[in-house]
Write a protein that binds this ligand. Structure first.
Ligand SMILES: [Zn+2]
Length: 374
């Protein structure tokens, strides 16, 4: 179903979203994102309402058909664990808004149709607006983060970056240096240059809470980092090490997604998450971005965490820890394995699956069990 989604920044905290559909629909059905829409979305169209659900949030007009819907979204600071953060705010007032959460299915004559969205963005006057790359795999499908704010992206080598002015030097250096090293390694190892320019953003949240929180989100052609917490200030090798691991992990997703078709699916997240963990540890070692000692220690800690979870990939931590363990136990080297998975997903158009992992692994020569090297 063709749709136009116009997103206009109307005041500092509000974005107005206008949906227009080619044909009348009876409902808009969007995958739920914790309490995001309940908290931050307000339906403006008279007679229309948003019904939050455990799996889906539904916008409808008591069953009456409609061709347009208007919604105001106010900025939201929640960070739902299994979804892209709806908003990433910068310290200079800039904002990243995740467009994927505006997209989903529509209902027409009781049948579901995927929205094929043409997204149009408009900022406040004087504001810089940067659109995320188009979705090449599914034209009109899910897009990444749109930027609204005062900053201009700058080019750093092969990537475009937008870094919050409050980013501490150690974090800026780690994101850029480890990012460049690891990207170069993945390109060579997986024999795949990126299909489009990568846009990297770093936003800094509040430093009022104790501790250190570092998140990353990889979408097609985009990588959004968000750091917050009192411990962000001050350089320390341990913090650089943690961040380097995050960078290598997120960059691995960029390569998993760097295929003409197929790629990451909705099911079995242990494949892309555990896979990214394994790809990251290999890249950190091979590029010298982390020592063998630190890679070994991390792998041992994750293996222990997985044992505690009963080797299950059902929990959030299990997806990562036991996902990594599953790749480690396949007994094949991670680079040829993922090179084979990328070739298989592209050849078949099917997303990465457990079956595909097993088939590709079976076609590979056995390798020594992974370790940090010696
Ligand atoms: Zn991940």
């Amino acid at each position: 179903m063709a749709a136009t989604i116009a997103v206009r920044h109307v005041d500092a905290e509000t974005w107005r979203v206008e949906y227009r559909f080619a044909q009348a629909v009876s409902a808009i059905k969007l995958p739920a994102v914790a309490d995001y829409r309940q908290q931050a979305w307000r339906v403006r169209t008279p007679g229309m309402k948003l019904q939050p659900g455990a799996e889906f949030d539904v916008i409808s007009a008591h069953g009456k058909p409609f061709k347009s819907a208007s919604i105001d979204i106010t900025s939201y600071d929640g960070r739902p664990p299994k979804a892209y953060a709806p908003f990433n705010r910068f310290s200079d007032g800039g904002t990243l808004l995740f467009l994927g959460h505006l997209q989903g299915d529509v209902l027409r004559a009781k049948r579901e149709h995927e929205m094929r969205a043409d997204i149009r963005l408009a900022g406040l006057s004087q504001e810089n607006v940067i659109a995320p790359p188009q979705n090449r795999q599914h034209p009109g499908g899910e897009r990444g983060y749109a930027y609204f704010g005062p900053a201009q992206a700058v080019r750093a080598g092969a990537v475009k970056v937008l870094v919050d002015p409050k980013t501490p030097e150690w974090a800026r250096e780690t994101v850029l240096d480890t990012g460049a090293k690891v990207a170069q390694y993945y390109e060579k190892a997986y024999q795949r240059p990126l299909k489009e320019e990568l846009f990297i953003t770093v936003s800094i949240g509040s430093d009022e809470k104790p501790g250190l929180s570092m998140n990353g989100g990889a979408v097609l052609g985009q990588l959004a980092y968000h750091f917050s917490g009192a411990q962000l200030a001050g350089d320390h090798p341990k913090k650089r090490e943690m961040l380097a691991r995050l960078v290598a992990h997120e960059m691995a997703h960029i390569w998993q997604l760097n295929t003409a078709r197929g790629g990451v699916g909705e099911k079995d997240p242990w494949i892309h998450e555990g896979g990214a963990e394994a790809m990251a540890l290999d890249a950190l070692l091979q590029t010298g971005a982390a020592s063998a000692e630190s890679v070994n220690a991390y792998r041992a800690a994750q293996t222990a965490a997985c044992e505690k979870l009963g080797k299950s990939v059902e929990s959030y931590n299990g997806i990562y820890a036991c996902g990594l363990a599953r790749f480690d136990q396949l007994g094949v080297a991670i680079v040829p394995l993922w090179r084979g998975l990328m070739e298989a997903t592209e050849a078949k158009g099917a997303v990465y699956s457990e079956r595909m992992v097993q088939d590709v692994a079976a076609s590979q020569p056995a390798a020594a069990a992974p370790s940090g090297g010696d």
